[in-house]
Write a protein that binds this ligand. Structure first.
Ligand code: UN1
Length: 511
């Protein structure tokens, strides 16, 4: 395990934050210690916000909304266009900060910023669309149409694993839709949030007529997030994280009739059929299962392999896994960075013990660099060959564990695939058109993302992102996800001299 992996440096972080316009007082001398998962070094101490700050932020965002909703959408789009421009300039710096704070390799840190840039481009185009429909009416001399209006304050809750991209999917769309923002990032990744906010501030400063207070960042523990969710002034809550978090958030928002977008756990599967191109499959599996150290919502967690290709595929995977470089995400050549913290490591080991007890054969999964970096949690990614899809396989463990199972016929594979509570991303590797189409059909995969001959992770922003069942049902990013950020009005206009009633009702009244 040599040479020694590159450590996280507080000086490096301070320089990056300076470059990104985050003032010193925002990240020093406070009570929230932020540790880099690279080696456990404390990289900042942030002052946290309390209930009074939250109240002020929501108040200001509400006030800003009343003005922002009147700014023409293409002009709102100009702010987002400039956000994309500023992000292009800072791609390296922000990408590096993502790597240091979240532990994903530099390539993925840069990819995350690229995802932000892409959604900005998408949202700018959208700012000249936001289409409603003209609808046929049953009444003569009438016209019916729908219009889309800004909704209000959007509360955005994000997780550590995509600390900035998920915010940008919400923020770029919400801003062109005329909403204002209060963002509660993960307590584990507040620095990238402050940096993103500062980059947005640069864009805002370049456009005249933007009301003050359209975007806020709330730094603090889960309790401030709970208060954000419960506040009636927050029209929409978009929350990304665990199913447990979603189960706590959903009834609170529903209880006050707020709008909700949930993007929760995934337990993403891939079926490898007899006709699969195994060269492609091996590459896709490894990227999807070990990328981001298995800490994507879309990570591949279940591999359902036809018995006729099992004995060829699994040894190839073991070989590929053995060659995956585990190490500091700052080092070129590393493919697998650290887990976010000890809790994640303990959760992984607990699942592996359970899998073993259920007859699973584990290859990999052991801790590495424990001596060099005792406060960091590096693991070898692991394959677990399971005799059946037992309870541990049906649970999402946020770590690089890939459960591998056999199947005999496609119906059985589909049934296994759908027999988990989560429904985010899925894929099939096959060159059989019938199997591919069946997988995408009404009786196929029950997920929100259904892929053929690519893995389940790494979605582009142009499509709607999200999933079914315990994943929460929300959709973010592309397609028509924007509709969740606006309110729809159905307008019926009478340009006749009569007053015909719908459904042919007669209601004769003298006036
Ligand atoms: C997440 O893990 O929360 O599809 C988001 C992907 C990325 C986004 C993942 N574009 O893997």
């Amino acid at each position: 395990m040599s040479p020694r992996p590159t450590a996280a440096s507080r000086t490096d972080v301070a320089q990056l934050l300076k470059r990104l316009d985050v003032p010193d007082k925002a990240h020093a001398g406070g009570d929230l210690a932020v540790r880099s998962p690279i080696d456990g070094t404390v990289i900042a101490e942030l002052p946290t916000h309390g209930p009074a700050d939250l109240d002020r932020m929501i108040g200001e965002a509400g006030e800003a909304f009343r003005a922002w909703r009147l700014v023409p959408a293409p002009k709102r789009g100009e702010v987002v266009r400039l956000l994309g421009e500023e992000l292009r300039k800072e791609k390296e710096a922000l990408g590096r900060l993502v790597t240091i704070e979240a532990g994903k390799i530099l390539q993925e840190g840069l990819g995350e910023v690229q995802e932000m840039i892409d959604i900005c481009d998408f949202a700018v185009g959208l700012s000249r669309q936001l289409y409603g429909l003209a609808i046929a009416t049953e009444r003569p001399g009438h016209r019916m149409m729908e219009t889309w209006h800004p909704l209000g304050v959007a509360g955005i809750i994000t997780a550590f694993n995509f600390p900035v991209a998920v915010w940008s999917w919400n923020a770029a769309i919400a801003l062109v839709c005329g909403d204002t923002l209060v963002w509660k990032p993960s307590e584990k990744t507040p620095l990238t949030a402050l940096a993103s906010q500062a980059i947005l501030a640069r864009a805002i400063a370049r456009v005249d007529g933007v009301p003050p207070g359209i975007s806020h960042v709330l730094v603090g523990p889960a309790a401030v997030g709970e208060a954000l969710v419960a506040d009636r002034r927050v029209a929409l809550v978009s929350a990304t994280g665990s199913t447990r978090m979603g189960a706590a958030v959903a009834p609170r928002v529903a209880g006050r009739f707020g709008r909700l977008i949930l993007e929760l756990g995934g337990n993403n599967g891939m079926i490898v059929a007899p006709s699969a191109d195994l060269d492609l499959a091996v590459r896709a599996i490894v990227f999807a299962a070990v990328g981001t150290a298995g800490q994507r919502c879309t990570s591949l967690r279940r591999l359902i392999v036809h018995e006729s290709v099992y004995d060829e595929l699994v040894p190839r995977l073991k070989k590929a896994y053995g060659q995956c470089a585990v190490g500091s995400p700052l080092d070129a050549g590393t493919l697998v960075g650290p887990l976010i913290d000890k809790r994640a490591f303990d959760g992984m080991q607990k699942s592996l013990a359970e899998a073993r007890a259920n007859g699973g054969t584990v290859t990999g999964g052991e801790r590495v660099y424990a001596e060099e970096m005792p406060d960091a949690w590096y693991v070898r990614p692991c394959l677990v060959e399971m005799p059946q899809q037992s309870a541990v396989v049906c649970r999402e463990t946020f770590a690089p564990i890939l459960y591998v199972m056999r199947y005999e016929d496609f119906d059985q594979a589909l049934a296994m695939h759908n027999a988990v509570p989560q429904g985010l991303a899925s894929s099939v590797f096959t060159t059989d058109l019938r199997e591919a189409e069946r997988f995408m059909s009404a009786a196929g995969s029950d997920c929100g993302i259904v892929n053929v001959n690519i893995g389940p992770s790494g979605a582009e922003i142009g499509g709607a992102f999200g999933g079914e069942k315990e994943t929460g049902g929300g959709r973010e990013a592309g397609s028509d996800s924007w509709k969740a950020y606006m309110r729809r009005a159905t307008n019926t206009i009478n340009y006749s001299r009569e007053l015909p009633l719908a459904q042919g009702i007669r209601f004769d009244v003298e006036g």
